[in-house]
Design a protein. Structure first.
Length: 634
């Protein structure tokens, strides 16, 4: 007779093992069917999860969208960094597909050379990046289509722009879900469309000049449905998605009321004001120089919780641009400000990828103490900034060096551009004179979703500060040297999207630094630099001594050293060798400390953690076996 049949303990043990195996497979199946969307992201900033804003964008999809992710998988063997980045992009795209309830379909394509897939990638407008001198190139881009065969692309995923990855993908999907072009209404007192030069002096001299349209305005026209409103317009078109105000001078109460009601109704606004617009030369000023004028939104700023002094011009000693001065010589103008990457908000999707913004006679804005709104700076000056009056600024037009005389920095950055959002009440307690609302029009008194972007400079939009425009066979060619145009487009893009899209911010860092290693490196390098500086000082002293010795040469040109001088040189050479040896020791100790830390990390990862896990599993198995044996003995 079979021993197993006579041994109930063995039968029970076998049944228990079978039950455990069955339970394991049942749990795996349950997980795949029920918990397939469950995720736990323990990274700082949840970098492997899509944001709430993206979830809302996906919920707003009405018709299916196909995503075609082109990545040259085979061609990038050996390019570890690029492959890791492509893997993160693909992982994020899979999240979009997973949470779209079937509305987003992801296709992963390897466009091998001379294949139909490569032809399709090129046909859809993707860019191949060269990786060798012999013409090899790779694709890492995204093309997307909707049911109307509209196509949107990300030509190439730039690893340096990884923080904007989620926003760019969500924006692409939002555009396909809302294919109608964004309506942008522009109200301005400046000649952004081009035309005859309005300068009265030029008109009096009988030399009116034809000025071209601004490059920034032409960019808007290429990307959006743009309508320029009349200067005295008292209504804003109902289909306006983004209202752009550029140097709004002397607006009437009726115009201010129209803007007030527009933003209270959920309209988005991009506002450019200026204490002294360089491009607004309507009236002659002192000594025959054009006199720039200021712009303001008066009580609207007060209602929005914004402080702005239209008579004060920002100067920045650290960010002044070098220009050709009136005397023809180059010089630094601290009223012409060139902002760099350190001055922009890297967490705001509009400015995260920008590295250069130029402007002139800028103003500054601040958040009121009792404001109910949120105030998020977009870009600011350096801490070496201060203010001057517009009158003083104009007096220095022929001699900008005057602005630097007696200049004392404030010691803290001044905000030049900011987002204004949140809860706000109407700027009007009563209807402006002459305004009557019909029965179908509601007088809005407040909103909890104000969305305004405010910039205290209009010169950022003029060609001379960011782009060189040339004529090539009758076509205007733009050659940007700053990111002013990118800022304008990014801002309109962001405001023209849904509130969900606007809520998406830059993602966290994927590559986490080893903080302890970096600290060791910083400390050792500081010591290394100190030693190096001491050596350089010694070398300089020796060179000076040798120069003196050379000046005391004999007529034959031979260098004659006294025994004392020879001893001094020998002593210095020995000292120099000793210092160099010490420098090597410092560098060696730095490497040794880092290697020791690395060794301990390897021990923890390779040995200790697995051993702890093994002991834990062994303990659990022992307890399970002990409990099973106890049950079988009953």
């Amino acid at each position: 007779m079979n021993s197993t049949q006579n041994n109930p303990k063995k039968i029970s043990f076998s049944l228990a093992l079978a039950a455990i195996a069955f339970a394991f497979f049942a749990l795996v199946l349950l997980n795949n069917l029920v918990f397939n969307k469950a995720r736990i992201d323990l990274t700082e900033g949840n970098i492997y999860s899509i944001s709430d804003g993206t979830h809302q964008v996906l919920e707003q999809i009405d018709e299916p969208i196909n995503l075609y992710f082109f990545f040259s998988n085979k061609a990038t063997e050996g390019l570890t960094s690029l492959r890791n980045y492509a893997s993160r992009v693909q992982s994020l795209l899979e999240e979009y597909e997973l949470y779209s309830d079937g509305k987003v379909k992801l296709h992963i394509i390897d466009p091998e050379p001379f294949s139909e897939a490569e032809d399709k990638a090129a046909e859809m407008g993707l860019t191949a990046a060269p990786i060798s001198a012999i013409g090899e190139s790779v694709y890492l881009g995204l093309a997307a289509t909707n049911s109307l065969d509209d196509t949107e692309i990300i030509a190439f995923f730039d690893p340096s722009q990884e923080r904007q990855l989620e926003y760019e993908i969500s924006k692409l999907i939002h555009r396909l879900s809302n294919p109608e072009p964004v309506k942008v209404s522009v109200l301005t007192s400046l000649a952004i469309e081009g035309g005859m030069n309005p300068n009265p002096m030029a008109m009096q001299m009988g030399q009116p000049q034809q000025t071209p349209a601004w490059a920034s305005f032409m960019q808007l026209q290429q990307l959006y449905d743009v309508e320029v409103l009349a200067n005295d317009a008292e209504t804003i078109p109902s289909d306006t998605k983004v209202l752009v105000l550029i140097h709004p001078k002397e607006l009437t109460d009726a115009q201010l009321f129209a803007i007030d009601q527009y933003v209270l109704a959920g309209g988005k606004a991009l506002v450019f004001v200026d204490p002294a617009a360089e491009s607004d030369s309507q009236a002659p000023g002192m000594m025959g120089m054009p006199s720039p004028s200021s712009s303001d939104l008066n009580q609207l700023f007060t209602a929005w919780g914004v402080e702005y002094d239209a008579s004060q011009i920002l100067l920045d000693a650290a960010k002044g641009l070098e220009i050709r001065m009136p005397n023809g010589m180059p010089g630094r103008h601290i009223g012409y400000i060139g902002l760099t990457q350190e001055n922009v908000n890297s967490d705001d999707i509009v400015t995260a990828s920008l590295s250069s913004i130029n402007g002139a006679s800028m103003g500054s804005i601040a958040h009121s103490e009792n404001a109910t709104t949120n105030f998020e700076p977009i870009f600011s000056s350096s801490e070496y900034a201060n203010f001057t009056s517009s009158q003083t600024y104009m007096m220095a037009a022929r001699n900008p060096d005057m602005l630097s005389d007696g200049f004392n920095p404030l010691g803290e950055p001044q905000v030049i551009a900011a987002r204004i959002s949140g809860t706000v009440k109407s700027a009007f307690d009563q209807l402006p004179e002459g305004i009557e609302l019909d029965e179908d029009t509601e007088w809005l008194k407040e909103t909890n979703d104000l969305q305004v972007m405010l910039v205290a400079d209009t010169d950022v939009l003029t060609d001379s500060f960011w782009v060189q425009v040339s004529n090539f066979f009758g076509q205007q060619v733009l050659q940007p040297f700053a990111n002013n145009g990118d800022f304008l487009i990014n801002a309109v893009d962001n405001l023209g999207g849904s509130s969900a899209l606007m809520s998406i911010r830059g993602r966290g860092q994927y590559q986490r630094p080893f903080d302890v290693v970096e600290q060791l490196t910083v400390e050792a390098e500081a010591k290394f630099r100190e030693q190096e500086q001491r050596l350089q000082a010694q070398l300089q002293e020796t060179e000076n001594q040798l120069s003196q010795l050379q000046s005391s040469q004999q007529d034959g040109g031979q260098l004659v050293l006294t025994p004392e001088q020879e001893a001094a040189v020998d002593e210095f050479v020995a000292k120099k060798l000793a210092i160099r040896k010490e420098l090597r020791e410092v560098r060696h100790q730095l490497d040794k400390d880092i290697e020791t830390l690395g060794t301990w990390l390897k021990v923890l990862n390779i040995a200790i953690f697995p051993l702890l896990l093994t002991f834990a599993l062994a303990f659990v198995a022992r307890q399970v076996r002990k409990n099973m044996m106890a049950q079988m003995q009953r």
